[in-house]
Unconditional design. Structure first.
Lengths: 134, 114
């Protein structure tokens, strides 16, 4: 990993920003897509019918912000490290669906969430050690 | 789940993985050559194109499935991207990173099967 800027331009902070934006966008897109769902429409599989919802457009804004942060992250952090860590969103999304959208989480799903947390810890540990040394 | 929805989920996954690898390659090239080079613009355009296809396919799928069910399919992308980044972009893939990626993938798949 090459020399990195600090403060707001710190790639780790940008990674966190990207994850939060993806999380918010997923919830907005799901709500917007559900509001406009009409499986009878010919083009509904392409997703473009979702554009009728303002929530989808707001979701797209968050997607763009997360995308720009992500490009910045890619410049500094290897994909083999950054991408697995970015999947913290896979925990945030089911938890957010449970909390904000009222979707159920089964015991098996909780086990899956626990496995993801362990996986994230295993991935982040060598990176944290490397950061301490710098 | 119908065959069509499975194909669309896989297509969304493949375009997502391809897009990520191309974008990483594009951003790597900016370190040496800067942002104003035709190669970077072409790679960035290609990556954005693939990510856009993945985005709209996912949006279409979201209209039919619960997000907490559908989204974790992308968890498979963790192990796929880690291996592909090591093979195609020559990134270092330590045993610890492989274990971490496998645990995340297993967890996400378990979440999606619930």
């Amino acid at each position: 990993m090459r020399d990195r800027p600090s403060g707001f331009t710190n790639p780790w902070l940008q990674l966190a920003l990207s994850v939060v934006c993806v999380f918010v966008s997923e919830l907005l897109l799901k709500r917007g897509a559900s509001d406009t769902a009409n499986p009878a429409q010919a083009w509904s599989w392409t997703g473009v019918t979702g554009l009728e919802s303002p929530l989808v457009w707001l979701g797209i804004i968050f997607v763009i912000i997360s995308f720009i942060s992500w490009l910045y992250v890619l410049r500094y952090i290897p994909l083999t490290v950054a991408f697995p860590l970015s999947r913290v969103v896979d925990i945030l999304v089911p938890l957010g669906c449970w909390f904000f959208l009222g979707e159920a989480i089964s015991p098996r799903r909780w086990c899956g969430i626990a496995l993801v947390i362990i996986g994230l810890a295993v991935t982040a540990k060598p990176v944290a050690r490397l950061e301490e040394r710098l | 789940m119908t065959l069509l929805s499975l194909v669309l989920i896989l297509l969304a996954l493949v375009t997502f993985v391809g897009g990520q690898l191309i974008l990483k390659h594009a951003m790597e090239s900016t370190v040496v050559h800067g942002l104003r080079q035709p190669r970077f613009v072409a790679l960035l355009g290609c990556g954005i194109f693939l990510m856009t296809i993945s985005f709209f396919l996912t949006l279409g799928l979201l209209q039919r499935f619960d997000l907490s069910y559908l989204y974790p399919f992308q968890g498979l992308s963790v192990i796929i991207i880690s291996v592909m980044a090591a093979v195609m972009l020559k990134e270092k893939l330590t045993p610890q990173l492989i274990i971490g990626a496998l645990l995340i993938t297993a967890g996400v798949v378990l979440v999606s099967m619930s």
